[in-house]
Write a protein that binds this ligand. Structure first.
Ligand SMILES: Cc1ncc(COP(=O)(O)O)c(C=O)c1O
Length: 374
């Protein structure tokens, strides 16, 4: 039996054909018709006017914050329960991430804590330069609360939808809530280019500036003219071809991940001490990863023992994100709120969730996890 991975790439003949088409066209550069088509189809899918293909989700976050005016010495509100890239983007600009705890019922950034923090900071005359929300594990943050808060306080919102392509909130696609939003096409995401990202925005000005900064800020003249500091952040046309084929199969991938989630829930949610990442009624996740909490008192063994038992059978699972306020590199960074994210890290496990996972593989996971419970 071959190893079962957490969320491996799900690629096939369509991706291969599109990649060869790009190769044969000789558009082997960080621009070309596949980049254009990938951007157009992403913008249409997300319901946002502009999309800029980039070399990673991290690059997209960096440019989004830069273009929304984040500067050295600013504070940026960021959830503590996320991948490090969310906060790194602020740090690249010399800004200070302020790490906000999550709502234990949704695992998403807690809107009550955001409201309190914005209120206190306005009184003190120190509003943050931006709020970055994360649509964690493929489920949207509570935009019904967060968007009006950002409007009330005049704080730009960047939506880190790296994990959430294909999810919706109140019928609107993930990626359509901020002044800018970002997606990742890293190898473990719901669609992949093997490495890549996309910045989307309703602002043509912001998207145009992102495109320029991503191309070393080259001025539109024949010779090489540069008026400001730029980056080499564009996505290769070859990778865009893979992404385009992947995007066209997104609905199938979401449907498969949803079915995997439902199968796990049906088999495991009755076990003592097991609690799945709650699905918030406000939206429809893309079910990127199926995550659960394992209470060792009730279940009979710890999350880590379950992970190791799966590993022994060559099955990859992962602890949920280690909160950023517990990361050595963010020691001393301000934290807003209580211990919800730390509790999730103590007990949280992400199960194999890739859309290419077979039912017999899923059954093996279920059997091993069930076998460990009281
Ligand atoms: C929430 C979140 N933000 C940002 C990123 C960064 O994306 P990338 O790896 O494409 O730079 C990722 C994943 O990798 C992520 O999960």
């Amino acid at each position: 039996m071959s190893r079962v991975y957490l969320s491996p790439p799900d690629v096939g003949e369509d991706e291969r054909a599109m990649l060869l088409e790009a190769f044969d066209s000789n558009w082997i550069a960080p621009l070309g018709p596949h980049v254009d088509a990938f951007e157009d189809e992403m913008a249409a899918r997300v319901g946002v006017e502009h999309a800029v293909a980039l070399s990673s989700g991290t690059a997209a976050l960096h440019l989004a914050l830069l273009l929304l005016g984040v500067e050295a010495g600013d504070d940026v509100l960021v959830p503590t329960l996320t991948f490090v890239a969310t906060a790194n983007a602020a740090a690249y600009l010399g800004a200070r991430p302020v790490l906000v705890d999550c709502d234990p019922d949704t695992w998403q950034i807690d809107p009550d804590l955001v409201a309190e923090e914005l209120h206190t900071r306005r009184e003190a005359g120190r509003l943050p330069a931006a709020l970055v929300t994360v649509d964690l594990y493929g489920q949207c943050a509570d935009y019904g609360r967060l968007v009006p808060l950002c409007e009330e306080y005049g704080v730009p919102l960047v939506e880190d939808a790296a994990e959430a392509l294909g999810a919706t909130y109140a019928g609107r696609p993930a990626g359509s809530f901020g002044q800018a939003a970002v997606f990742s096409f890293n190898g473990n995401k719901i669609i992949t280019t093997g490495g890549g990202g996309m910045l989307v925005s309703g602002s043509g000005e912001l998207a145009g500036a992102a495109r320029n900064l991503a191309s070393q800020a080259r001025e539109p003249v024949a010779h090489y003219e540069h008026a400001r500091l730029g980056f080499n952040y564009r996505l290769s046309n070859l990778l865009a071809a893979v992404g385009l084929a992947q995007l066209r199969g997104l609905d199938r991938r979401v449907a498969r991940r949803r079915a995997i989630n439902q199968r796990y829930r049906a088999a495991l949610s009755g076990l003592p001490g097991v609690r799945f990442l709650p699905v918030d009624g406000g939206g429809e996740p893309n079910y990127w990863l199926t995550c659960l909490l394992i209470d060792p008192e009730q279940f009979g063994t710890t999350r880590e023992d379950v992970r190791l038992a799966l590993e022994e059978q060559d099955i990859e699972s992962r602890p949920t994100w280690k909160p950023l306020h517990l990361q050595p590199m963010f020691a001393g960074t301000p934290v807003v709120g209580g211990p919800a994210a730390a509790h999730i890290f103590d007990q949280g496990l992400c199960l194999p969730s890739g859309s290419s996972l077979s039912d017999p593989d899923l059954d093996r996971v279920v059997e091993i996890v069930s076998g460990l419970s009281r």
